[in-house]
Design a protein around this ligand. Structure first.
Ligand code: BGC
Length: 760
């Protein structure tokens, strides 16, 4: 009797969400509840960046909880250079700082997915311990043009480098049992008019360049979520496009996670749900109502809603918030600072070295440039992490045993104090549309000449900060300013007269123009925006405590006018003070096609982005090629081998049925005098007879471990067969042309390297 009563009670009680009853829960949800799950809680304040104070203060967004069915709210927070939440909360003295890691571009510059994964593990641990469920990163858009304001968040101009770096980042973060959101899917390559710009791009370029890195990351690492971009692609909003979100992402690539809008992205909620954009963030009452009305009025099928709710619940059951994880609010920031330093150590790119480096710490160092005294750890906007501190170069060098020339130190200390009140922002904190409000270089000439006399070398840092919501200003951000060049000119004259060397450190989120000044420097080191431990990492590289082993993840051309996209990208000059991100919105959200590069941008260069263009059409316009970077030691490569890799079973995609790809190996020997790591970049030159193909394309790469002088290591790289395919517009399919393929193991996109040929 008792058993019978119990059984009846159990069957009538409302079930709660479990991993194995999602369909049952979907069937029990009302339409209003479904809409509440899909449309986020909204932002409690909008400071230009999505923010949310539900659960975790300063996170970006959350989903609504449905307590009667045991469905918790889950929390999203930015990324990508670590976790972005508010460092302070009312009513407590406790702080909630997060480690500021190196920017995405610098992660790619390591050419080392293992170290990126380690950084990801540390970021993910902070996500977990601060009670967040999904980190809004990595940023994986292609560097189509050097002036894109968010390039610093993104990895590279090359989709293979970007894809493999993204995959490693995702794996690292998600190993903590928290999610990622790779963004912004897709073709979000400019900030100007980002909500309304239409990226008009061929299907081939889309598939080979702008989607490829997302594909690699999805196939390899299954991010829990993917974030659609604000822009239109060929006339359709990315978040409203079934082809992109369902046909390609889910059906072709096998994406098993949830799709989330960018914050406030797209207009038509019903179209988004129908397209397979599951979660609408950050959400608003009008979006919630729009979804319900669309179903009631028969404009949106309930099956589409249920598919999205199912995927949302599948995401929720994986989250720490669902699992009842009791977060500590005390991640190991000290250990993560060490990870930040070692990651940045590995992404330093030594561009030039005429006997100037390594230098010190012995002797006296003259440290110049305002940025040396106010380092830029990261870019601005939602990608700006609230880090506990930033080690600038002055501190980094001092901590590493360098003696700095004191009168310069004194000069800069006073000058920077005076400037702090004048510049709204010196180091990029808490702001997002400022890319040039940095103090100008005003150092008296006599001080430079005195320093040249009394010290052994000069280090000068030039910095650039920029970020979300605005593209870079060609004049102020891309070019060095007269006052900067003047400082360099004078320093170079004074130090060279005394036979002493001058090193320039570039603390930048994206490349700058190199013409007209680089010959004044004996050495140039790009330290990017290296995160909170920046000054220490730069000191490591300058002194040689760590041998630089980073490589450029983009081409540096001989001038902006040579960029393949220069004529099809917004030109930002100071005299055009419009609101960059929200410009050109028409009444009733109608799309307008009046202003070139603002209403629409034509990707006329097709697949010829970055080195694909320069290597094929304009090699002489390259200042530093993609993949370039020097070392303090030398390496010799030999014994290059290319072997076929076979599938264990059938099912390969292409006509050479059982071959799945190629394994390429190269022996790398350290032939110099100090320890170092080397990178082998594997390019392939396709026959290019049936199809239009670039001179070469990166297909794989490998980095050695730290090699001692005399030590040899075999770098093994895998090229999946499908990486050799191109999208044929005529056939509407991937195709691998027949003929002779050249595998080129090279130091960069321009150098000759070792070669092996193979017929396919
Ligand atoms: C950005 C996203 C970010 C989101 C939430 C948007 O403005 O484009 O990258 O994740 O805000 O802050």
């Amino acid at each position: 009797m008792l058993t019978l009563i119990l059984a009846a009670a159990i069957s009538t009680a409302t079930p709660v969400l479990r991993e194995d009853n999602i369909q049952q829960i979907v069937s029990l949800l009302t339409l209003e509840e479904k809409a509440a799950i899909l449309v986020g809680c909204g932002s409690t304040a909008f400071d230009g960046i999505g923010r949310n104070d539900i659960g975790v203060k300063g996170s970006a967004g959350a989903t609504h909880a449905i307590p009667r069915l045991g469905i918790p709210s889950i929390i999203f927070a930015d990324g990508p250079a670590g976790l972005r939440i508010d460092p302070e909360r009312p009513g407590t003295d406790k702080t909630f700082y997060c480690t500021g890691f190196p920017i995405g571009t610098m992660l790619a510059a390591t050419w080392n997915p293992e170290i990126v994964e380690e950084a990801g593990r540390a970021m993910g641990a902070e996500v977990l311990e601060y009670g967040v469920d999904v980190l809004l990163g990595p940023g994986a858009n292609i560097h189509r043009n050097p002036l894109c304001g968010r390039n610093f968040e993104y990895f590279s101009e090359d989709p293979v480098l970007a894809g493999l770096t993204a995959a490693a980042y995702i794996e690292g973060v998600q190993s903590n049992g928290v999610g990622t959101s790779i963004k912004h899917f897709a073709a979000n390559n400019q900030e100007v008019n980002r909500l309304h710009n239409d990226a008009r791009v061929s299907e081939r370029a889309l598939r080979e360049i702008y989607l490829r890195q997302f594909e690699i990351a999805v196939r390899k690492s299954q991010p829990w979520t993917i974030m659609t971009s604000y822009n239109y692609i060929n006339g359709v909003h990315a978040s409203e496009w079934p082809w992109l979100l369902t046909d390609v992402l889910r059906n072709d690539w096998g994406f098993a996670g949830a799709v989330v809008t960018d914050w406030g992205g797209g207009y038509d909620t019903a179209a988004q749900i129908h397209a397979g954009n599951d979660l609408i963030q950050s959400g608003s009452d009008s979006r919630y109502k729009a979804l319900i009305d669309a179903v009631r009025e028969g404009r949106l099928a309930i099956e589409d809603v249920d598919a999205c709710v199912t995927r949302a619940l599948e995401l929720i059951v994986k989250c720490p918030s669902f699992k009842g994880y009791r977060h500590s609010d005390a991640p190991d920031l000290e250990a993560h600072a060490a990870v930040c330093r070692s990651t940045a150590d590995e992404g330093m790119v030594l561009l030039k070295n005429k006997g100037a480096l390594p230098a010190g710490p012995d002797g006296v160092t003259a440290l110049l440039g305002v940025t040396s005294y106010s380092f830029i750890a990261g870019g601005t906007g939602s990608g700006d992490v609230h880090r506990p501190y930033v080690v600038d170069l002055q501190q980094g060098l001092s901590d590493s045993g360098f003696a700095l020339y004191a009168p310069l130190d004194d000069f800069y200390r006073t000058y920077m104090e005076d400037e702090r009140w004048r510049c709204a922002m010196i180091d990029g904190k808490n702001s997002w549309v400022i890319d040039r409000e940095r103090p100008i270089e005003v150092i008296p000439s006599a001080l430079i000449w005195e320093a040249a006399d009394k010290s052994d070398r000069a280090f000068i840092t030039f910095g650039r900060v920029f970020g979300e919501g605005k593209d870079r200003d060609l004049h102020y951000s891309y070019h060095l300013q007269d006052n900067e060049i003047q400082l360099l000119r004078e320093t170079s004259a004074a130090f060279h007269e005394k036979g002493k060397k001058v090193t320039v450190i570039l603390n930048i989120g994206g490349i700058i123009d190199m013409q007209g000044w680089q010959e004044l420097a004996d050495a140039i080191l790009i330290c990017w925006q290296p995160g909170e431990e920046g000054g220490h990492s730069v000191a490591d590289a300058l002194s040689g405590a760590v041998n630089p082993s980073g490589r450029l993840p983009m081409t540096i051309s001989k001038g902006y006018e040579y960029e393949p996209t220069a004529l099809n990208f917004p030109r930002i000059f100071e005299d055009k003070p419009f609101n960059y991100s929200f410009y050109r919105r028409l009444e009733g959200n109608k799309k307008d096609y009046t202003v070139k590069d603002i209403d629409y941008t034509d990707y006329t260069e097709g697949i010829y982005v970055g080195y694909r263009y320069f290597g094929t059409y304009a090699p002489k316009h390259v200042a530093y090629p993609f993949g370039y970077g020097l070392s303090y030691t030398t390496f010799r490569w030999s014994n290059m081998k290319v072997a076929r890799a076979y599938a264990e079973s059938d099912g390969a995609l292409y006509r050479d049925s059982k071959i799945t790809g190629y394994i390429v190996s190269v022996d790398v020997k350290n032939t110099g005098k100090v320890d170092g790591k080397d990178v082998v970049e594997l390019y392939v030159k396709a026959p290019g007879s049936e199809m239009d193909k670039p001179a070469r394309e990166l297909k794989a790469f490998g980095k050695t471990p730290l090699l001692k002088p005399g030590e040899t290591h075999t770098v093994k790289m895998y090229v999946p067969l499908e990486y050799l395919a191109s999208w044929s517009e005529t056939a509407g399919a991937w195709s691998i042309e027949h003929g002779r393929y050249r595998f080129i193991a090279a130091r960069d996109a321009s150098s000759r390297g070792l070669r092996r040929s193979l017929r396919l």
